[in-house]
Design a protein around this ligand. Sequence first.
Ligand SMILES: Nc1nc2c(ncn2[C@@H]2O[C@H](COP(=O)(O)OP(=O)(O)O)[C@@H](O)[C@H]2O)c(=O)[nH]1
Ligand SMILES: [Mg+2]
Length: 319
Amino acid sequence: MRRGFPGLAGCIIHAGQPPHPEYTNAHEQSSRRVAVVTQLSGEQPRASWGARSLSVFVAAYNEVDNLAPTVNTIQRALDGAIADYEIIVVDDGSTDGTRQVADALATADARVRVIHYTTNRGLGYGWLRAIEAATKQSFVFVPGDNTWPHPSLRDIFSSIGRAEVITSYTTNPEIRVPARRVLSDVYTTGLNMLFGLKLEYYHGLTIYPIEFLRSNAITTYGFASMAEALLRAIHHGLSVVAVPCAIEERATGHSKAVSLRSLRSVVGTIGRLFIDLRLRGRRGPHATLALFGSGRHAAPIVPTASPVSAPSPSQTPGS
Ligand SMILES: Nc1nc2c(ncn2[C@@H]2O[C@H](COP(=O)(O)OP(=O)(O)O)[C@@H](O)[C@H]2O)c(=O)[nH]1
Ligand SMILES: [Mg+2]
């Protein structure tokens, strides 16, 4: 049975805009800020999926100097906001001492757990394993490069309960180098065009009900895992609130997102998602291109008792 926020099913609203009847069926008036609003009813959301319990997945691939500050910032933001939380660090075959830093963090605080891999498996792989290991009701991925400062994390965590999914977007893209900004703009615009949406950002921190992630496993080990999870949630008809946030540039180390291997993986993932969600999908607020169905109705969330198993090789692009 579907649980959560019946009055908000299928909506994406901008944080700061309280649910109000005037937004009902207002997707025509959507701007870049209000992405999709289909059924907003004015009913106040209720946190029926145990929203105040959170598993935080911290991905760390060669983040020796960034990991401890990241975990520290997360804990400061969680303190007072979420009583019941855990932090799951995935050290993905790091060779720079990240392993030792992660172990020290876990030793110092029982709420920090670590999963080590001896070889690098990819961000999406870590995401899937962290979901398996998670014991709380909701789940968020935070990069281990310490790029999401305390006020932004605090705003995101304190938005829990406003909708089924809390996502976020960056308000200061100018901090990134021009080439990276162009790439990011092309990515966001491309996804919006392909999926009929008007999101600001597809790689913002996003809090999901864990039962949704277990029932709707991502199919990539690559960097598009974040966009895939968000698109699947929107397609599923979950209500989404987007929180505006400032980010920072990493202080040390370098980005691993921009590489030929990563690009190939992202393109493959998006292509599969387009076929899966837009061409084959019969539901979802964005399914205006659906060839085999009328779209625009939410499907139920089917909770699973057991964690998701690893995707089969045919599901993964090997990155
Ligand atoms: N588990 C895992 N994490 C990764 C991998 N590559 C990058 N990350 C982490 O994912 C986060 C984002 O990566 P980053 O390279 O900073 O990408 P960018 O922020 O998009 O430039 C960082 O915390 C990285 O340590 C990987 O192969 N496996
Ligand atoms: Mg980064």
